[in-house]
Design a protein around this ligand. Structure first.
Ligand code: ATP
Ligand code: MG
Ligand code: FE
Length: 339
């Protein structure tokens, strides 16, 4: 099926077009620059930007895909989780397209879409797989017997999300927003073994994570250097912090695969763009005999193609579409793939 996907859960207005597992277009308009001076996404600013960007971004995606609205078989949209006002803009637009075109509407889960997007790059997802989902708002380990209908949480962060920790540590180091890419770049020049930062919940036997203690430890360490008038070795701090995060993430992800007898690990969400996470996961998966799948960085951060990809999966599975009074649900649980 030819599916148009709309994503507005945070600060990216994403519109994607896919045919089955084939990516035809992935258009994005981001309001990230408008949030940078606040050091975080401002919901009202994001909602207004989605409203302005929606129609031009849909047009751009259709043009990129070389199709017209009349060719579209179904509309998929992020119904949650995310910022309530931002989600509403996407859901309202998707309803309008669905109603106007007389095509079915699929309200989908943003987190499941972060998993489904890998099908655009590596083909059908193995059933089951374990998914490590790491983004600015979420950090979870999931058992995924079927991304269309059966997603089970194994563990999650008990405090900050991994991406949130990257963003906060970047702020402490006076790097830009969002912080992940900046830390990633700075860390390449640093020594990850130069500072021993705490690895929260490393050996606790659960699939849960904790990053708030690490974030505080980094802030304290930097403050004490500044107070003593010593220069802050930004690259070393970035590398040591990043290593602490990816060490815990990969260790728990591989444990989840082994404990559940699953031979494929998928990593998704914005933090999956991190080069050290990708490298260490590859290394540890190889050692454990697990096959690793990570989409290319542009598909890891929020985009419309991931929503279209999950929509195509749902259409393919023969599931009934959403109703036209579909609500936006800012705290939609991961177990609800289709609303
Ligand atoms: P969600 O609702 O899924 O939590 P989100 O708004 O956090 O969505 P994503 O695009 O999935 O959006 O993820 C953004 C996060 O990913 C930010 O916290 C950002 O710092 C982080 N990130 C992006 N690139 C990198 C990278 N190379 N290394 C580490 N973190 C990264
Ligand atoms: Mg974003
Ligand atoms: Fe996301």
């Amino acid at each position: 099926p030819l599916v148009l996907g709309i994503e507005t859960s945070c600060d990216e207005t994403g519109v994607g077009v896919v045919r089955g597992h084939t990516l035809l277009a992935d258009a994005i308009a981001s309001s990230v620059d408008e949030h940078a001076r606040f050091g975080g996404v401002v919901p009202e600013v994001a909602s207004r930007a989605h409203l302005e960007a929606m129609t031009p971004t849909v047009d751009r995606a259709l043009r990129e895909a070389g199709v017209t609205l009349a060719d579209v078989d179904a509309i998929a949209v992020t119904a949650g989780p995310g910022l309530a006002g931002a989600l509403l803009v996407g859901v309202a637009a998707a309803k309008a397209y669905s109603l106007g075109l007389g095509k079915p509407l699929y309200g989908v889960n943003h987190l499941a879409a972060h998993v489904a997007v890998d099908q655009l790059e590596h083909g059908a997802l193995p059933k089951p797989c374990v998914a490590l989902l790491v983004s600015g708002g979420h950090s979870s380990l999931l058992l995924v017997p079927d991304v269309a209908s059966d997603v089970r949480p194994l563990g999650a962060t008990v405090d900050d999300a991994a991406g949130e920790a990257f963003d906060k540590v970047a702020r402490v180091l006076d790097l830009g927003f969002p912080g992940g890419p900046h830390i990633d770049r700075a860390a390449r020049e640093g020594d990850p073994g130069s500072i021993a930062f705490p690895r929260g919940k490393y050996e606790d036997g659960t699939y849960d994570f904790s990053f708030s203690g690490l974030k505080t430890a980094v802030a304290r360490w930097v403050e004490s250097r500044e107070r003593a008038g010593d220069p802050v070795p930004v690259a070393d701090v970035a590398a040591a912090f990043q290593e602490a995060v990816v060490d815990v993430l990969t260790k728990k992800a591989i444990a989840a695969c082994k404990d559940n007898d699953v031979s494929h690990l998928l990593i998704g969400g914005g933090v999956a763009a991190n080069s050290r996470l990708r490298a260490l996961a590859q290394e540890r998966c190889e050692a454990a005999g697990i096959r690793l799948r990570v989409p290319r960085p542009k598909l890891c951060t929020d985009n419309g193609a991931m929503v279209a990809a999950l929509g195509a999966e749902l259409v393919g599975a023969g599931l009934a579409p959403s109703s036209l009074d579909l609500p936006a649900d800012s705290s939609l649980p991961i177990t609800d793939v289709l609303v």
